[in-house]
Design a protein around this ligand. Structure first.
Ligand SMILES: Nc1ncnc2c1ncn2[C@@H]1O[C@H](COP(=O)(O)OS(=O)(=O)O)[C@@H](OP(=O)(O)O)[C@H]1O
Ligand SMILES: Nc1ncnc2c1ncn2[C@@H]1O[C@H](COP(=O)(O)OP(=O)(O)O)[C@@H](O)[C@H]1O
Length: 209
């Protein structure tokens, strides 16, 4: 019996089919690919490209996209500091469940604060792959796919990441993607790098006995 947060007198119930059985079934290892970066840096595009590439290899992945989750699970949260922290905490916990299910979970969120990303990493230290979309603000702003930078510059949105709200780049991450000689690689090329990393680290096969 334990107390966790505000939950008292709670018990952990173990299921007979465990993570290793699920991984064997899927012939892959559950993990979290966490994509962080500014709005417009290409996180969602990359996430979908990785998802597609893994699918074509017969590997099961699922995308948790910040914008999408804010339509449901996180619709009670805004963009102030505490809300972003709670947003990342919840998504970290959900990603952990997906990884436990044996899936390659691709989380794509701005996740601007290092401490919040580190807290998610701490949930799954051996299978957390942080991918930094290192795109200059000018590139993201020039893209402005949703017109949000324009609104932020006009003061119609306040607390917009990169404009009047902070973004803390990773000090150390597994994969950094960005411009090469001033050119942005294609989403497929970037996804290829992530998938190669997963292959090299053995996530795309189950441990053979
Ligand atoms: N103030 C402010 N700052 C940043 N982003 C904003 C803001 N308001 C709305 N949006 C839209 O919300 C998307 C980011 O949601 P996230 O859940 O990824 O954000 S966070 O991780 O909690 O910071 C983000 O999506 P992406 O462009 O895909 O990053 C925006 O479309
Ligand atoms: N590798 C890329 N090269 C060129 N344009 C890209 C690339 N990745 C994404 N884009 C474009 O940039 C814009 C923002 O991409 P998106 O994936 O929505 O970013 P984010 O999820 O970080 O906000 C979109 O118009 C998208 O088509």
């Amino acid at each position: 019996m334990s107390t966790v947060g505000n939950s008292t007198n709670i018990f952990w119930h173990e299921c007979p089919v465990g993570k290793s059985e699920r991984q064997k079934l899927l012939n892959q290892k559950g993990c979290v690919v966490w994509i962080t970066g500014l709005s417009g840096s290409g996180k969602s595009t990359l996430a979908c490209s990785i998802n597609r590439e893994l699918y074509s290899k017969g590997k099961l992945s699922y995308v948790l996209d910040g914008d999408n989750l804010r339509h449901g699970l996180n619709k009670d949260l805004g963009f102030k500091f505490e809300d972003r922290t709670e947003n990342i905490r919840r998504v970290g916990e959900v990603a952990k469940l997906f990884a436990d299910a044996g899936l390659i979970c691709i989380a794509s969120l701005i996740s601007p604060y290092r401490k919040d990303r580190d807290a998610c990493r701490a949930l799954l230290p051996e299978s957390f792959i942080e991918v930094f979309m290192n795109m200059p603000l000018e590139v993201c702003e020039a893209r402005d796919a949703k017109g949000l930078y324009k609104l932020a510059r006009a003061g119609k949105i306040t607390g917009f990441t990169g404009i009047d709200d902070p973004y803390e780049p990773p000090l150390k991450c597994e994969i950094e993607l960005g411009h090469k000689d001033g050119v942005c690689p294609t989403p497929v090329a970037m996804a290829g790098k992530v998938v190669s990393y997963l292959e090299e680290k053995g996530f795309l096969e189950d441990d053979k006995e």
